[in-house]
Design a protein around this ligand. Structure first.
Ligand code: TXA
Ligand code: MG
Length: 356
């Protein structure tokens, strides 16, 4: 059903937090900034509110939601128990872009949040506005990314309105988000950390925090659900859905140095342009000026994959707006935040990666 979506601009932040919190406490659904992407929040204990989140997004109901808490203490209240490895990660990365999958304390959040699983995904966001809002609402907040299902996650309030205007109660504008890709989802099994979704906290950071006590196991980048299941690894229901899809067909060119990537990307662009397609290129600042294409979107300096992670989703949305039918994106080395960045590029490209 269509109704008015309230927009609170950054300069009316205090009023926005107060009104948005009141709406959340009353069972409303409100979008808010986190350090990763904008989330669409609702009271995690309120089944009707959680159903409204799924309905607004058009999200399959078997894909569980992350529950956001204002503090580690409040997050702990959602879990049946917390082991030593989980404790270490909470201490090291909260507030911040880490989601822990924990055994759920029965009867706390709605079964719709966990999609009937006996685990609950929990995080304390590293964005002050998000924590103030959750604290003021006085309840755990279930919040998936605030996009229509299948669209790139929103990194600005304007992206939220593009997708959800008239479908949600409000959006709190906190400006562009910092990390730009979603949180890292981790589950500890027998003391080992399994990365269910790479994100803002890197595997290297997880390893450093866990020391010698646990290793970080990550399914191979292209491993489907079946492969993960065969390996006995825990799975995240979300991985089976194709996400972050732009309207155009996308290909990623990766593996070589900047010059070789540029040559191969230009070749791919030329081939599609000669077939009459409108072509967009996602390029590092150094390569951008040299491309011949219908649109060239900059992802920041080649040596700063953090900037590319920040810019990726907005660039994909811009390609859609420009009517781009074919997207060529320069890939990045899969180290540090580059692993999450390439994971999202790979998904947007439907697995089409060309290594040079
Ligand atoms: O950065 C983020 O995590 C953002 C902001 C808003 O916090 N949220 C986000 O939510 O990305 P969403 O719903 O788009 O992604 C949640 C992911 C999905 O892949 C889902 O399958 C997984 O977390 N997940 C949720 N609960 C789970 C559980 N109990 N076990 C395994 N995976 C779970
Ligand atoms: Mg999402």
């Amino acid at each position: 059903t269509t109704h008015q979506t309230i927009y609170w601009p950054p300069e009316r932040e205090n009023e926005g937090v107060r009104e948005a919190a009141a709406l959340l406490a009353a069972g409303g659904v409100v979008a808010f900034p986190t350090e990763t992407v904008y989330g669409l929040g609702g009271d995690a204990r309120n089944e009707a509110a959680v159903e409204r989140i799924f309905a607004a997004k058009g999200r399959p109901s078997d894909n569980p939601l992350i529950v956001h808490a204002a503090s580690a203490e409040e997050a702990e209240a959602l879990a049946a128990e917390i082991g030593p490895a989980e404790r270490r990660l909470m201490d090291a990365f909260w507030p911040g872009p880490l989601t822990l999958v924990l055994p759920a304390r029965p009867g706390v959040v709605s079964a719709r949040v966990t999609a009937g699983l006996d685990t609950v995904a929990v995080r304390v966001p590293g964005h002050e506005l998000a924590r103030r809002l959750i604290a003021a609402a006085g309840c755990p907040i279930a919040a998936p990314s605030a996009n229509r299902s299948g669209r790139p996650s929103p990194t600005r309030a304007g992206h939220v309105l593009e997708d959800l205007n008239g479908r949600i109660d409000g959006v709190l504008d906190g400006g562009p988000t910092g990390v730009g890709v979603e949180s890292t989802v981790v589950r500890i099994v027998d003391g080992a950390a399994h990365v269910l979704r790479p994100g803002g906290v890197t595997a290297e950071q997880l390893e450093a925090a866990l020391g010698g006590e646990a290793h970080v196991a990550s399914p191979a980048p292209d491993a489907g659900d079946a492969a993960a299941a065969d390996a006995g690894a825990p799975r995240s229901p979300g991985v089976k859905y194709s996400h972050y899809a732009p309207k155009g067909v996308m290909v990623v060119v990766a593996g070589g140095d900047a010059a070789r990537v540029r040559a191969a990307a230009q070749e791919a662009a030329d081939a599609q342009r000669s077939r009459g397609l409108r072509v967009g290129v996602l390029a590092c600042d150094e390569n951008a000026p040299a491309y011949r294409a219908d649109a060239v979107l900059r992802l920041g300096p080649r040596a700063e994959p953090e900037r590319a992670a920040q810019a990726l989703y907005a660039a994909l949305r811009e390609c859609d707006e420009l009517g781009v039918g074919f997207i060529v994106a320069e890939g990045y080395p899969e180290r540090g935040i580059g692993a999450a960045l390439m994971n999202r590029m790979r998904k947007a490209a439907g697995g089409r990666i060309h290594y040079v």
